[in-house]
Design a protein around this ligand. Structure first.
Ligand SMILES: [Mg+2]
Length: 306
C-alpha cells in the first residue's frame, strides 16, 4: 500500500492512551497500566490474502492458502517476539465450491494453529460473486522483557537476518515456517534492539526500519545470504541471485538490529536457522550498499547497478 495513504490514515486516527503503539509497526500494542510499551497487554496484527495476488487457488488449493494466511500473521507476531494466543478468521468465498474451499482454508489454518497452540476464537463467513479473499486477525502476548519494535535501531547496530533470501515465488511463500520459536529463543539473549519480518523484500523492509529508527543502513552485498531458489530463478529471470535476495519479498525471515556490544553473544544459528550479519545501521539516512567498488545508494527494490 502507498506510504502516503498509510501516513494519512495514521495522522487521521484518534490517539487513545490504551493504544500504546498503533499504525506503523508489524503489530499494534494495546492495553496495560504502564506507559512502558513492553508492559502492554496484547500484541495484535491483521492480514488479508486475495486469490490471484497472494496465491493462485487453482494451483495451490485452499489448504495452502489458509496455511499461508496463518503463517503471515504469526510471522508478524514473531517479529515483535510475541507469543500467539488466538486468531479470528473471516472468509469471502466464491459461490462455486464454497463449502469445500472453506473446509480447505480451515485445514490449512488448523495445521499451524495446532502446532503453535493457537485458539480460533471467532470470525465470519460470506459467499459472493468474486474470488476467494481471506482475512485474519491474530492476538499475541507480549514477551517478558518487552516487544521488539521497528524503531529501536541505532547507528552502529549490526543488521542481522535469519535464513536465506530470495526466490520465495518458487514455493517458500506458501510453505514457510513463521519464526516464532526462533524469536522466543533469541529474545532470551536480550541482544535485539529492533526487528521486523521480511514481507515486502529485504530492501523495502530495511528501509522501513531505518525510517522508523531515524537512521540509515549500509548493506554488505557480499554477505547477503542467498537462497537456492534465488539462484535457480536468476537463470531465467534476467536478474542476479543477489537482486532476488534484496527485492523479492515474502521470505518471512526476521530482520534484526543487534548492538555491537551484544554481537559476540549472538549464536551463529538458532534451531538450525543461520543468523547472518549483512551490514550496519548508519547515521546517514537512506539505504546504502557496500562492496569492493565502494559505497553506493541502494534502490529499495534491490536493483543493483553494475
Ligand atoms: Mg510484518
Amino acid at each position: 500500500m502507498e506510504h502516503s495513504f498509510i501516513a494519512w490514515v495514521k495522522q487521521r486516527a484518534a490517539r487513545l492512551p490504551k493504544v500504546k503503539l498503533g499504525i506503523g509497526d508489524d503489530c499494534a500494542l494495546i492495553g496495560g497500566e504502564s506507559m512502558d510499551l513492553g508492559q502492554s497487554d496484547l500484541v495484535i496484527t491483521t492480514d488479508s490474502l486475495c486469490d490471484g495476488t497472494h496465491f493462485i487457488l487453482t494451483e495451490c488449493g485452499a489448504q495452502a492458502a489458509g496455511r499461508k494466511l496463518m503463517a503471515v500473521n504469526l510471522s508478524d507476531l514473531a517479529s515483535m517476539a510475541a507469543a500467539p494466543l488466538s486468531i479470528f478468521l473471516s472468509l469471502c468465498l466464491p459461490r462455486e465450491n464454497a463449502g469445500d474451499i472453506a473446509a480447505g482454508v480451515f485445514e490449512g489454518v488448523y495445521e499451524l494453529a495446532d502446532k503453535y497452540r493457537v485458539a480460533i476464537s471467532g470470525g465470519d463467513t460470506n459467499v459472493w460473486n468474486g474470488p476467494l479473499v481471506i482475512h485474519m486477525t491474530a492476538l499475541g502476548k507480549v514477551a517478558t522483557g518487552g516487544s521488539w519494535l521497528r524503531s529501536g535501531a541505532s547507528p552502529g547496530d549490526a543488521i542481522v537476518v535469519t535464513g536465506k533470501l530470495g526466490g520465495s515465488i518458487l514455493g517458500k511463500h506458501l510453505a514457510f515456517e513463521p519464526r516464532l520459536e526462533l524469536a522466543t529463543e533469541l529474545h532470551r539473549f536480550g541482544a535485539v534492539s529492533a526487528a521486523t519480518d521480511i514481507s515486502d523484500g529485504l530492501g523495502i523492509d530495511l528501509l522501513n526500519m531505518t525510517v522508523a529508527s531515524k537512521c540509515g543502513a549500509e548493506v554488505w552485498l557480499d554477505q547477503v545470504p542467498i537462497s537456492d531458489e534465488a539462484q535457480q530463478l536468476s537463470k531465467t529471470s534476467g536478474r542476479s541471485p543477489l537482486e532476488h535476495a534484496l527485492g523479492d519479498g515474502e521470505d518471512f525471515e526476521l530482520l534484526l538490529a543487534v548492538p555491537q556490544e551484544k554481537l559476540a553473544s549472538l549464536p551463529r544459528e538458532i534451531l538450525g536457522v543461520p543468523l547472518t550479519r549483512i551490514g550496519t545501521f548508519v547515521t546517514r539516512t537512506g539505504l546504502w550498499s557496500k562492496d569492493k567498488t565502494g559505497v553506493k545508494q541502494l534502490a529499495p527494490k534491490g536493483y543493483v547497478h553494475g
